[in-house]
Design a protein around this ligand. Structure first.
Ligand SMILES: [Zn+2]
Length: 100
């Protein structure tokens, strides 16, 4: 599963290619989306290595399979008592027998 990153500038989630290298060979940033990466490049700002490492770690953790403890599938729980049959139920049509 690929890691999803969140741009630290605009907050959008983006999905850089695996290996963090775009199709044209340019490196993807774990901190910035493509737009902000190019903005930062224009401004001459390079990503702080520690922040980049953290972002990479967080994204990989999110992409990792969920926790080890997985609740075991519960067996189908059914009532232990059998359904009650209505013993005293009158036979159909047997109501109002006083009117004989
Ligand atoms: Zn952005």
């Amino acid at each position: 599963m690929r890691a999803v990153f969140q741009c630290t500038e605009c907050g959008i989630h983006y999905l850089p290619p695996e290996g963090l290298v775009y199709g044209d060979g340019s490196p993807a940033s774990p901190l910035w989306c493509t737009e902000h990466q190019s903005v930062m490049r224009e401004r001459g700002i390079s990503e702080p290595p520690s922040a980049a490492a953290l972002a990479l770690l967080a994204a990989r953790r999110r992409a990792a399979p969920p926790a080890l403890e997985e609740e075991p599938a519960r067996p189908d729980v059914r009532p232990s008592r059998p359904a009650r049959t209505r013993r005293g139920a009158k036979a159909p049509g047997g109501g109002r027998s006083k009117l004989r």
